[in-house]
Design a binder for this molecule. Structure first.
Ligand SMILES: [Zn+2]
Length: 107
């Protein structure tokens, strides 16, 4: 069976509900990281419905600025959903963007 395209092939971008620190997460009992619903009270874990390798590069253009070198460059996109309230959104994790320093000084 052919893999379904991420977000059914439609354009996507995280909404204002996930920007500027509103989407948070933490590890659960193990080393797995969980995203937490920004709409629900408490710590409702979001399901990750799908993911996409949005960018993959053999080289990491930020390596020249750092002592430790990344083996490659990537951006992963995640489609998040809350079973409790129906919240549905997107986020990305990347090693070819902001990568160091105090986030409060970068905004
Ligand atoms: Zn929720």
């Amino acid at each position: 069976m052919a893999k379904t395209k991420f977000n059914k092939g439609k354009a996507y971008h995280g909404s204002d509900d996930v920007t500027e620190g509103k989407l948070k997460g933490e590890t659960c009992l193990t080393d797995y990281f969980c995203f937490l619903c920004p709409k629900c009270e408490g710590k409702q874990i979001l399901r990750v419905l799908e993911y996409e390798v949005r960018v993959h590069k053999e080289e990491n253009e930020y390596n020249e600025f750092y002592e430790k070198k990344a083996t490659e460059g990537f951006t992963l996109a995640f489609h998040l959903h809350c079973e409790n309230c129906g919240f549905d959104d997107f986020t990305k994790i990347s090693n070819i963007g902001l990568q160091q320093g105090d986030i409060r000084e970068q905004q």
